[in-house]
Ligand binder design. Structure first.
Ligand code: ADP
Length: 861
């Protein structure tokens, strides 16, 4: 048999119309609304269910109530009917007795016997009384069980008997019966013995009229007890009430001490034929059972509440689940976005090494698409063919969870065959149950990083090679911790690996204290306030006795790689230079002496001539005195005068020799504050010898109150002598006439930007200096003279410059023609610069001294 397979359309076609309608409506709702309906639908249906249950209960209760009411009514009416029938029957019996008594009066005994016969079996009747018109009891009968020994004493039956003038129910009924001549029921009352009773008065009517009454007294209680059927009494409570609603008797005795509950189902009927307000009341037993006390109802209510509560709980739970679902979805999206945007390649493998996942970055890095990689087993397509074995080993290690935490470096081949370096990190993949399902590997391209690292290490290597290869010791020490941060090979060679060498070269002071303390140091940080690049970049020369070496030390502050302030020292071994400088200085001194000797040599003939005069004079004086003494032609005073003159001449000769000696004497250069005038005087005296020989006049002007100059007087004297001699030689050499054979020496103060100076100038009226000569004036061994050595001016300049002075030469003109030349030099005054020069340990000065006479070594003989 073919099973019908239905297309979705057919299936939907089979759906009922309301189903389709509901489906259409449902789809029209927004998800939030659907959610709301799904949540509140069950809640509403449970509430509706509860309402329906309550309604059903209410309806059933009503139904039951009505049925009960009906039943009470019926039973009450049945009881009333029974009682009525009995009462009517009794009344008939009593009427019969009344008739018989009227027709045939009987004695009391006879009456009692008749009554006992007639009333046997009528338990409701308590008493039967025969009372005549004068209210006299003529006979009576007491029912069995009701006070059998009760007599007719007024006390016993007082209340039951009519008494003229008394307002009692018995009297009232008697009067009514007498008046109406019809049977009359009395009002209920409580008779002797405590029983509620009702009396029926039947009038005895004779021909003569009213002859008394027959009174039947009923026990109300017995009436109920004997004339309400048992099943009726079981079902409902029957009670008799008087006209005022007081309870006279009831089939159910009230439980003592318990207040009778008001009945909700009551039915009352007047007790006919007793037309005296007596009421029979039927009362439903179950009237007190309310809706609220119904267990079933409460169970249903409790179940409904439980269902609603559980629905709300489910709803809340669902909401939480939804929120979690949302969060999860967000988290998943976030992770996916992160994964896709990430530059790190991600690859997941199962425990067998099969690729289960690759992210876009991994594909971009390797050039393979996702489909080319997923489900691949080793060897993977991105393994370089020559590295299968190595990669296989690494993968094996990876799968066994033994990859190093720092990652592994591998070569990866792109799809186009090019290679790159990558670093891979491996971590286990754990599923939600905590079981490991595989491995997740991240891959970063480190080609660039590796290149940079290689470059860095190469540059570092270059840097260290250069630093290590330096002849200078380079060391860096942190300022605050006093810790040696760097030392190159030369440093280690000379000072070892500790910081003592650094401290020694820094002048025994560490770090910041090398700077001038005070203003330049920040009180708070202890750091130099000036820019560290400028700080302490001055160099100083330090002698290390232990090594027997001189170092030129340059200090500089810098920020170390970790940000700390550090001091870098570069100590260059300058021992050789110091030696050369010392040598040069010694040679310069020698050269100066030599030059002075040369000058003196040149002046030798003049000096000889100069010395000749006093010696000739001495000789003449001596000869004259000898001849006059021989002739005895001299007076003692004349002799003394002549001897004085001789002695003076000898002194003069001695002076000349002393001056020459002190000029050429070899002595250490000594700078001191000295008067310009004294230097000028000495120089002029020596030069005078030459000037006189060459017949050149010298005019000297020295300004008054000149400050002392800081100089070596012998050297300055040498300079002056040289200039004066050159001037005289120029004038003499040019063979100028007497008018131009003049030299002027002037010494005046000068103010220059460098401070106070004293200017010496030697002006001659000679032929001047030719241009080509001016350019080479200070060149050593340059001379225009046949016998000139050409070292005079070169020496003059080095002497002046070593005194921080300047020397210059210029021609003097009168129009176009040269009228002479002037040499000018300056010397700083002692008070300012000279002081500084004396106290300075400035390395500049020895260097200046050393560098000025470049030609000196050659000068040395
Ligand atoms: P020397 O005197 O041995 O030649 P110097 O160095 O003293 O060596 O002088 C160098 C040259 O400078 C001289 O040869 C001369 O030509 C020139 N000279 C120096 N002083 C004068 C001067 N006052 N007038 C002209 N020329 C001069």
């Amino acid at each position: 048999m073919r099973t019908p397979s239905l297309s979705p359309a057919a299936r939907s076609g089979r759906r009922s119309f309301p189903e389709r309608l509901f489906g259409r409506w449902w789809r029209k709702q927004s998800p939030a609304q659907q959610d709301r309906f799904a949540t509140f639908g069950p809640l509403v249906s449970v509430l509706l269910f509860l309402a329906a249950i309550i309604l059903a209960f209410w309806y059933l209760r009503n139904e039951e109530f009505e049925r009960e009411q009906e039943s009470v009514k019926r039973d009450t009416e049945i009881a009333q009917q029974q009682i009525r029938v009995r009462l009517i029957d009794n009344q008939d019996q009593l009427l019969r007795m009344a008739r018989e008594l009227v027709q045939r009066p009987a004695g009391p005994e006879e009456f009692a016997a008749q009554a006992a016969t007639a009333w046997r079996g009528r338990q409701e009747l308590t008493r039967l009384l025969w009372i005549d018109a004068g209210r006299e009891v003529k006979g009576f009968h007491v029912a069995a069980g009701f006070e059998p020994d009760i007599g007719l004493a007024a006390d016993d039956v007082g209340l039951s008997l009519p008494l003229a003038g008394r307002d009692s129910p018995a009297e009232t009924a008697f009067l009514s019966a007498r008046m109406q001549r019809q049977p009359v029921y009395s009002e209920p009352f409580v008779a002797a013995g405590g029983n509620a009773v009702v009396q029926l008065h039947v009038p005895l009517i004779e021909r003569a009229g009213f002859a008394g009454v027959l009174v039947a007294e009923y026990s109300v209680d017995a009436l109920l007890r004997h004339h309400v059927a048992d099943d009726v009494a079981r079902r409902h409570t029957m009670s008799l009430l008087d006209a005022r609603g007081r309870l006279l008797a009831s089939t159910v005795l009230p439980v003592p001490g318990e207040a009778a509950r008001p009945a909700s189902i009551l039915y009352q009927v007047p007790l006919a034929p007793v037309s005296n307000g007596l009421v029979l009341q039927g009362q439903g037993h179950r009237t007190s059972i309310g809706l609220i006390s119904n267990t079933l109802f409460w169970m249903v209510a409790a179940l409904s509440v439980l269902t609603v509560w559980m629905l709300l709980g489910t709803w809340r739970h669902m909401r939480r689940r939804l929120q979690m679902q949302d969060t999860l979805a967000q988290e998943a999206n976030f992770r996916r976005a992160m994964e896709n945007s990430m530059l790190t390649g991600m690859r997941a493998m199962d425990k067998e090494g099969r690729i289960t996942y690759v992210n876009p970055a991994f594909c971009a890095m390797t050039g393979f698409s996702e489909s080319e990689l997923i489900d691949r087993r080793p060897p993977f397509p991105y393994w370089p063919p020559d590295r299968y074995e190595e990669n296989g080993r690494l993968l094996h290690q990876e799968l066994r969870g033994r990859s190093p935490a720092g990652g592994i470096e591998v070569k990866v081949m792109r799809k186009d065959g090019s290679l790159f370096d990558a670093r891979m990190y491996v971590s286990p993949l754990i599923d939600p149950k905590g079981h490991q399902t595989g491995w997740m590997t991240s891959m970063t391209n480190i080609t660039e990083a590796k290149r940079v690292r290689d470059q860095l290490s190469a540059s570092h290597e270059r840097f260290t090679t250069v630093l290590e290869g330096l002849d200078a010791a380079v060391s860096v020490m942190s300022v605050q911790q006093g810790e040696l941060l760097f030392a190159n090979r030369s440093y280690r060679l000379w000072f070892g690996a500790d910081e003592r060498g650094h401290v020694l070269m820094a002048g025994g002071e560490i770090g910041v204290s090398m700077l001038d303390a005070g203003d330049e140091v920040d009180d708070l940080g202890g750091l130099p306030t000036q820019e560290i690049t400028e700080a302490g970049s001055d160099s100083r020369e330090v002698h290390v006795a232990a090594l027997g070496k001189w170092f030129d030390v340059r200090a500089r502050y810098l920020q170390w790689t970790d940000g700390r302030l550090a001091q870098m020292l570069i100590a260059t071994d300058v021992t050789a230079r110091r030696h050369a400088e010392a040598l040069a200085t010694a040679q310069a001194a020698k050269a100066e002496v030599t030059s002075r000797l040369v000058t003196m040599g040149e002046m030798a003939s003049s000096v000889a001539h100069e010395l000749n005069q006093p010696l000739t004079a001495i000789s003449n004086y001596c000869n004259g005195m000898v001849s006059r003494v021989r002739n005895d032609a001299i007076a003692k005073d004349d002799l003394i005068a002549a001897l004085d003159k001789t002695a003076r001449q000898a002194q003069r000769a001695g002076q000349i020799i002393h001056r020459i000696r002190s000029f050429v004497k070899r002595s250490e250069p000594q700078r001191q504050a000295c008067e310009a005038r004294a230097i000028v005087d000495d120089a002029v005296e020596l030069a005078g010898i030459e000037l006189r020989r060459r017949n050149v006049a010298l005019h000297t002007y020295v300004a008054q109150r000149l400050p002392p100059v800081m100089a070596d007087p012998i050297l300055i004297e040498q300079v002056l002598l040289n200039l004066l001699k050159n001037a005289a030689e120029a004038i003499d050499g040019a063979g100028l006439p007497g008018a131009r054979r003049n030299i002027e020496l002037r010494v005046v103060p000068r103010h220059t930007p460098e401070g106070g100076m004293i200017e010496f100038s030697v002006t001659d009226m000679g032929p001047g200096i030719r241009d080509e000569v001016i350019a080479r004036l200070y060149e050593a061994f340059f001379s225009t003279k046949v016998e000139g050595l050409g070292i005079g001016l070169s020496l003059c300049r080095s002497i002046i410059e070593s005194h921080q002075g300047r020397i210059r030469a210029e021609n003097l003109y009168n129009g176009e023609s040269v009228t002479g030349c002037r040499f000018t030099f300056t010397l700083p005054v002692a008070s300012s610069r000279a002081d500084a020069g004396a106290t300075r340990t400035d390395p500049a000065s020895p260097r200046a001294e050393a560098s000025a006479p470049p030609s000196l070594p050659a000068v040395t003989p």
